[in-house]
Write a protein that binds this ligand. Structure first.
Ligand code: SAM
Length: 281
């Protein structure tokens, strides 16, 4: 770590999403050396800084005052100060305030320096085990059902892994809408309470999520990242299941072939059976 004062600029600092140990050495160093820290919520950041043993002047820059806050910070940086920006948890500007501020500082011709670290989206993806490939981070879906279903419909045919954030009070209805619009066959990985005491990552089909939530009273609590296989993967998975089904059906009665194919592929027995009946009938 370098000694002395930091060059003037805005330092966009990622903070932990639950486990204090996830603060990076560089984030600590920067937070100690900046002149002041702008925060989404000064109370939340005040607690974090106290836990880290750092004392700095705090300024509030949140969604509703981001433009006005930007002007103040630009004046400070232009006067030679180093200013950090932190959101409540994780990486600023990822479903959090920060982007407007960063844009304004850039536009003013001043330096913006990322100090990377935790984000729930990358933490979730790293433990999900989906095959490598492109993914789309869609943040939060709209809270109202019609708008939410329309938004999901727009993503339905994309050949990309879909990644969403969701709050506990909406996770059940969002998963139901995802199943309704994308189809219950698609694989989903649910990551909840990452880096915290009761963290959990579970993968299943979309039509199994309601039973998974029902399985325990605390399942619906906490913070969630939802990752759902893209259209191409879902279709490729189905094509493979159909191939296995047809090979089995050459040797076995339809019901038995559907049962074994369902066990081998994780697809729904009733769907596979219906497909055989349709083809054979
Ligand atoms: N800026 C943050 C980041 O980099 O991840 C995200 C902030 S956003 C307002 C909060 C949402 O992130 C939560 O509703 C949840 O979807 C997700 N999230 C945050 N912490 C999480 C955690 N520990 N486990 C799972 N999801 C989390």
């Amino acid at each position: 770590m370098k000694e002395g004062s930091l060059s003037p600029g805005l330092y966009v600092v990622a903070t932990p999403i639950g486990n204090l140990g996830d603060i990076t050495l560089r984030a600590l160093d920067v937070l100690k050396r900046v002149n002041c820290i702008a925060a989404e919520d000064t109370r939340v950041t005040g607690q974090l800084l106290a836990a880290l043993g750092i004392s700095k002047p705090l300024l509030s820059v949140r969604e509703h005052n981001e433009r006005r806050g930007a002007e103040k910070l630009i004046a400070k940086i232009a006067a030679g100060e180093a200013v950090a920006y932190v959101s409540d948890a994780g990486t600023p500007a990822i479903s959090d305030p920060g982007a407007v501020l960063v844009g304004a500082v850039r536009e003013a011709g001043l330096s913006v320096v990322p100090v990377p670290g935790v984000s729930a989206v990358t933490a979730a993806l790293s433990a999900a085990g989906f095959p490598p490939g492109p993914w789309l981070f869609a943040g939060f879906l709209p809270p109202k059902q019609k708008a939410r279903r329309d938004a999901i419909q727009e993503l339905k045919h994309l050949p990309l892994l879909l990644v969403f954030y969701e709050a506990p009070h909406r996770v059940r209805e969002t998963l139901a809408d995802l199943a309704g619009v994308l189809g219950g066959e698609r694989r989903v990985c649910i990551a909840r309470e990452l880096t915290k005491q009761f963290e959990e990552t579970a993968c299943m089909r979309l039509d199994e999520t309601s039973a998974w939530l029902d399985a325990s009273t605390w399942r619906e609590k906490g913070e969630f990242v939802l990752m759902i296989e893209g259209a191409a993967a879902a279709e490729a998975g189905m094509a493979e299941a159909e191939h296995i089904l047809r090979v089995l059906a050459e040797e076995l009665p339809a019901a038995q072939a559907a049962k074994i194919a369902a066990r081998l592929t994780g697809r729904k027995k009733a769907d596979l059976y219906a497909l055989l009946v349709q083809e054979q009938g």
